[in-house]
Write a protein that binds this ligand. Structure first.
Ligand SMILES: [Cu+2]
Length: 68
């Protein structure tokens, strides 16, 4: 179980937050997802790699996640 923090660029509204949250939550092994629109911060807890989370964020739309 690990805890990962990312800075996500490209999110502009709560719809973006919902899309990113949904895609990352759908990853197997993820137990906690928190996205903050104001800071662009994405916090993920679970058995996942940073690469898996970044791929899910890209899958959600025109967003890019960098390890914070
Ligand atoms: Cu949006």
């Amino acid at each position: 179980m690990s805890s990962l923090d990312f800075t996500v660029s490209g999110m502009t509204c709560q719809h973006c937050v919902a899309s990113v949250t949904e895609e990352v939550t759908d990853l197997a092994g993820v137990t906690e997802v928190d996205v903050d629109l104001a800071t662009g911060r994405l916090h993920v807890v679970g058995d996942v790699t940073a690469e898996q989370v970044q791929a899910a964020v890209a899958e959600a739309g025109s967003y890019t996640a960098r390890l914070a």
